[in-house]
Ligand binder design. Structure first.
Ligand code: FAD
Length: 358
């Protein structure tokens, strides 16, 4: 029998990077046994002389852009998988942190930081992989949070993307054995891809016990986003205290003023791969969290898996969260479903127009 040629790094570059579909998650970089891949400007580059070529192919098999959400959902949820626009979930809640230190710094209701703080406290995890900022204002930087103070430092949304999985390798090498990871839908998909991939480097993702996924319509390229704020609002990111959305982008400045920018002005700043993404609610996560669906100051929380249910119930037991069923608040699940449907419709149209794989 003739062996089917194995796809490898060259195919990854042609099918993903050259088509602007690379999310810069870092899955291929941390999986490469020859250290032949790197991220430059948020995109994967290949150093040919190190690459093992078609004797390997691990990078191709780890890439989340080369597998459908549905294939991964089927592995994760089996018969429970639904065709719903928001994926499978066993409970939907509107949630607020009970802790003033979290409420002061969180994006919406502080559900994410509250859940993680409790998991650290009870020893369910020994660290969390979260996204703070580094030297440049609002430029996201993934990091290992080992304490409540680390979590508070990284709370709040940054609307660009960072190579989250690179830190996962650091965490594995430093000996962390029980990790929670917070990420956007594309980042959570990357972890699920690695956990289920046939050619895997499983050691790196073995410590991940909980995936907390964020709702995400799209993320924005850092420099163009900074440039748009400067051009349209005469605001430098260094002067921004918080960014949020209420249909428009709301820019809260450190001097106490706030300013709005029409969402349509941001469309051209989205990463190209965001237009191919069909997942608004991080449907591959154990727990998904967003602002949409809940009143101002609360987070919408979807519990999807047994691990998610346990983490959530521990946070309630630990007194970290105040919760209500989402069905008891307005606007509720309808608006989440509507946005999820809209994101899918836009993505399918774009995928078909560009000839991208779906
Ligand atoms: C790029 C992006 C787009 C989003 N779009 C929407 C949307 O369209 N609709 C909606 O309802 N919600 C959206 N969200 C989610 C929302 O902004 C909040 O993150 C969510 O409601 C959780 O709020 P919280 O108060 O519980 O989180 P917090 O307790 O404040 O914790 C936030 C967590 O998110 C992590 N985080 C912050 N920025 C990033 C990032 N860039 N990448 C990965 N992790 C990050 C932090 O490390 C922290 O752990 C988006 C988030 C991001 C990052």
């Amino acid at each position: 029998m003739v062996r089917k040629p194995r796809k490898f790094s060259q195919d990854l570059i042609e099918e993903v990077v050259a088509k602007d579909l690379c999310t810069g998650c870092g899955a291929c970089v941390i999986s490469c046994p020859a250290n032949a891949l790197n991220l430059e400007g948020g995109k994967v580059v290949l150093t040919h002389e190190h690459c093992l070529g078609d004797r390997c192919g691990i990078c191709y098999e780890q890439c989340p852009q080369l597998v459908s959400d549905e294939a991964l959902m089927r592995i994760l949820f089996g018969d429970e998988m639904t065709r719903s626009d928001v994926g499978f979930y066993r409970g939907a809640y509107s949630v607020r942190s009970t802790s003033p230190d979290i409420s002061k710094v969180c994006q919406d209701g502080g559900a994410v930081t509250g859940i993680l703080a409790n998991l650290l406290e009870i020893g369910f995890i020994d660290a969390a992989i979260v996204t703070g900022t580094g030297d440049l204002p609002w430029l996201p930087e993934p990091r290992i949070a080992k304490s409540r103070a680390d979590l508070l430092n990284s709370a709040g949304s940054k609307y660009s993307l960072a190579p989250l999985l690179l830190v996962l390798k650091d965490a594995e090498e430093k000996g962390y054995r029980q990790l929670a990871v917070v990420g956007t839908p594309c980042q959570i998909k990357a972890i699920r891809r690695m956990q289920t991939s046939p050619l895997k480097n499983k050691k790196i993702v073995d410590p991940v016990k909980l995936c907390v996924g964020l709702f995400c319509l799209r993320a924005f390229e850092y420099q163009p986003f900074a440039g748009e704020l400067r051009k349209s609002l005469n605001i430098e990111l260094a002067d921004v205290d918080k960014l949020s959305f209420n249909g428009k982008l709301v820019v809260h400045c450190k001097d106490g003023s706030s300013h709005e920018l029409e969402a349509k002005r941001l469309r051209k700043l989205a990463y190209p791969h965001c237009w191919a993404c069909r997942d608004f609610t991080s449907s591959l996560a154990d727990i998904s969290v967003g602002g949409v669906g809940s009143p101002h100051g609360y987070s919408t929380v979807l519990i999807r898996t047994q691990a998610g249910a346990e983490a959530f119930s521990e946070a309630i037991k630990g007194g970290e969260l105040e919760t209500k069923p989402l069905s008891e608040v307005k606007p509720g699940m309808d608006v989440v479903e509507k946005l999820a449907r809209k994101k899918r419709t836009i993505a399918y149209a774009r995928i078909s127009r560009e000839g991208w794989r779906s």
